[in-house]
Design a protein around this ligand. Structure first.
Ligand SMILES: [Ca+2]
Ligand SMILES: [Ca+2]
Ligand SMILES: [Ca+2]
Length: 178
């Protein structure tokens, strides 16, 4: 079950990042704080900030099962149980805001220069941006379009494949697991 373990460590790393208050359980407040952090990192405007908040509230509803807090085991189980349609429905507003904020010239897609600015803005290793960009640019047209971001987000969170292009969204896949 090596593949399932890959998804497990990715989801555990994400859980740790979402657990804003560090008490080892996730709550609605953690999700709200994570959405606010993401909005800050992306320099989101008030409308984008509200869209992220709604998306994270919806995400929390989907994984919490009505509980006030969940453990990492419950998080991994709940995320693994989401079907693709449900996941896309939760992620779409997040992807929309991400593309809008990274696409600083408003061209509708993301150039390497815009992607590097995004990496710098969120504090990722700028040296890795070009390689990550090459992985994410599936049709090799030199730009990341909305669909490439959407697929990358799904792979980033859910793919069992450590070599999936989307695993590069936030840098080299190996770095996510440490
Ligand atoms: Ca917490
Ligand atoms: Ca652009
Ligand atoms: Ca492309």
């Amino acid at each position: 079950m090596v593949e399932a373990q890959v998804q497990g460590w990715k989801l555990r790393a994400i859980f740790a990042a979402f657990d804003a208050d560090g008490d080892t359980v996730a709550s609605a407040a953690d999700f709200a704080a994570t959405s606010a952090n993401m909005a800050d990192m992306m320099n989101a405007d008030s409308r984008q900030r509200a869209a992220l908040k709604d998306a994270f509230d919806h995400w929390w509803d989907a994984v919490s099962g009505g509980n006030e807090q969940i453990t990492v085991q419950e998080w991994v189980a709940a995320m693994s149980a989401l079907d693709d349609d449900r996941f896309d429905e939760i992620m779409l507003p997040i992807v929309n805001v991400m593309v809008e904020t990274v696409d600083t010239d408003g061209s509708g897609d993301v150039s390497l220069e815009e992607f590097q600015r995004f990496y710098a803005g969120v504090g990722l290793d700028l040296d890795m941006a070009a390689e990550a960009f090459a992985h994410l640019d599936r049709d090799h047209d030199g730009a990341l379009d909305h669909e490439e971001f959407r697929i990358a987000m799904r792979e980033y969170y859910l793919s069992d494949d450590p070599n999936a292009p989307g695993s590069w969204l936030m840098g080299p896949p190996a770095a996510t697991g440490t």
